[in-house]
Every structure is written in C-alpha cells, then in structure tokens.
Ligand binder design. Structure first.
Ligand code: AP5
Ligand code: MG
Ligand code: ZN
Length: 215
C-alpha cells in the first residue's frame, strides 16, 4: 500500500503524516525531512541539495529519486508507506509509476490538501520544528506546552531556514508551476482525493482517516 500527501508548502502534510503513521502501519517517507537531515550532516547529498532548498527551489529529480528508491526498499515489513512531499514534479510521478511494479507496491490514494494562500503564509512563518524528532508546531495554531520545547521528546524548537517570508513566497510559486500539475495527473488516473485543508488539524485528519479506513 502506498499513500501520497500532495499539497502546497504549509498545507499540513507533515502534521497529518505524524497522525496517520501513528494510527496506520505505514513507513513515513518525507523527502523534505531526509534532505534537511543530509544538509545538517553536511554529507554529499546535503551539500548538493542545500543551495536549492535555501532558495526555495526544488532539488534536482535524480537526487530525489535515488533517495526514494532506497527508502522504499527499507520499508519492507510495514503494511506500506506514506510519502510526504514526493512526487513533486511530473517527472517524479512518472518515475514512481514506472517503478511500482518492480517494487511490488500499489499506489492506492493521493490526498491533495487544499489551503488558501493567505493561510499558508501565516502557517509557515509561525511554524517551529523540533530539532531532535522533527515534530511541527505553530506559535498560534499548535503551540507546545512549554515555550520552545518539544512536547514529544523535550528537544529544542527552531525555525526552518526556508520559512522566511521571502523564501515562502518563492516556494509557493514553485509549487504552482512544478507541483500543481500533479493534481490533474492523478485525477486522470482516478487516484485523487481532495481534502479541505482549511479546517483545523483534527478536522483535516478526520477527512483523511475516513477515506484511509475504507481502503
Ligand atoms: P518540504 O519539507 O517537503 O516542505 P514543503 O512541501 O514546502 O512543505 P512544508 O514542510 O513546509 O509544509 P507541510 O505541508 O509539511 O506543513 P506542516 O505540517 O509543517 O520540502 C522542503 C524543500 O526540500 C523543498 O522546498 C525542496 O527544496 C526540497 N524537496 C523536498 N521534496 C522534494 C522533492 N520531491 N523534489 C524536489 N525537491 C524536494 O504545517 C505547517 C504549519 O502549519 C505548522 O506550524 C503546523 O503546526 C501548522 N498547521 C498544520 N495544519 C494546520 C491546520 N489544519 N490548521 C492550523 N495550523 C496548521
Ligand atoms: Mg513538511
Ligand atoms: Zn521532538
């Protein structure tokens, strides 16, 4: 089983993924998290990816596709996997489609989380992330119990480098140009499930989990 979370920056992919993977037995594969950890480690992948990420641009397809291949093979033993932030270009989606038979995985559903742009900007500029476990918080919409401390692991919270207003605006443009075409791509294949992401976190989760429960 393979599930994809598709949606603009700040639409709540990471937030929902945390809830989905804790309830359903799915490996969590977030290309954004994997790339950020490579940047932090300053390894070869991180050194190549950093320049793109800092500018709000997409990392080249070949780098991302290699990451995904490895992670999918590691996900054996789980019921399936949940992709957050992959695929993000038509080229990546075509790669995935071709790779599925070989990987013996079926793509069951693509959730397209739709949120108004003004709301996305508020969410991204107020976001804080745990430096240890990666959990997402928001100064107003999802504050931690103790200021700047992760509820789950006690780690320090930080602001992502790409969450400045200027980079957020660039990321939203990149989304429209390079990722939004995937909505039609998956609609045509009968795999798209649109989700109203303007609701609160639990409301969005309810909508997603009711579809997932029926798969
Ligand atoms: P990535 O890390 O995937 O970033 P993104 O797609 O821009 O999405 P975000 O993580 O910013 O948002 P989210 O949807 O996860 O929202 P969240 O749940 O945190 O990618 C980063 C970069 O890596 C890319 O720019 C690119 O360079 C590179 N990259 C990654 N994948 C790639 C790929 N496949 N190909 C090429 N390059 C790739 O929520 C946001 C905030 O809102 C939080 O504060 C949260 O608490 C709050 N919130 C969430 N839901 C709600 C709600 N319902 N109501 C109120 N607040 C909410
Ligand atoms: Mg995320
Ligand atoms: Zn944490």
């Amino acid at each position: 089983m393979l599930i994809v979370l598709l949606g603009p920056p700040g639409s709540g992919k990471g937030t929902q993924a945390e809830k989905i993977t804790s309830e359903f037995d799915l490996a969590y594969i977030s290309t954004g998290d994997i790339l950020r950890s490579a940047v932090k480690d300053n390894n070869e992948l991180g050194r190549k990816a950093r320049q793109y990420m800092d500018q709000g641009q997409l990392v080249p397809d070949d780098l991302v596709v290699d990451i995904v291949k490895v992670r999918l093979m590691d996900a054996e033993g789980k019921k399936g996997a949940l992709f957050d932030g992959f695929p993000r270009t038509v080229e990546q989606a075509v790669f995935l489609e071709k790779a599925l038979p070989e990987l013996k995985v079926t793509l069951n559903m693509v959730f397209s989380i739709e949120v108004d742009e003004s709301e996305l900007i508020k969410r991204l500029t107020g976001r804080r992330v745990c430096s240890v476990c990666g959990a997402s918080y928001h100064l107003k919409f999802k504050p931690p119990k103790v200021r700047n401390v992760c509820d789950q692991c006690g780690g320090d919270l930080y602001q992502r480098d790409d969450d400045s207003l200027e980079t957020v605006q660039e990321r939203l443009e990149v989304y429209k140009k390079q990722t939004e075409p995937l909505i039609d791509f998956y609609q045509e294949r009968g795999l798209l499930s649109p989700i109203d992401g303007n609701q609160d976190i639990d409301g969005v989760y309810k909508q997603i989990s009711s579809v997932l429960g029926e798969l």
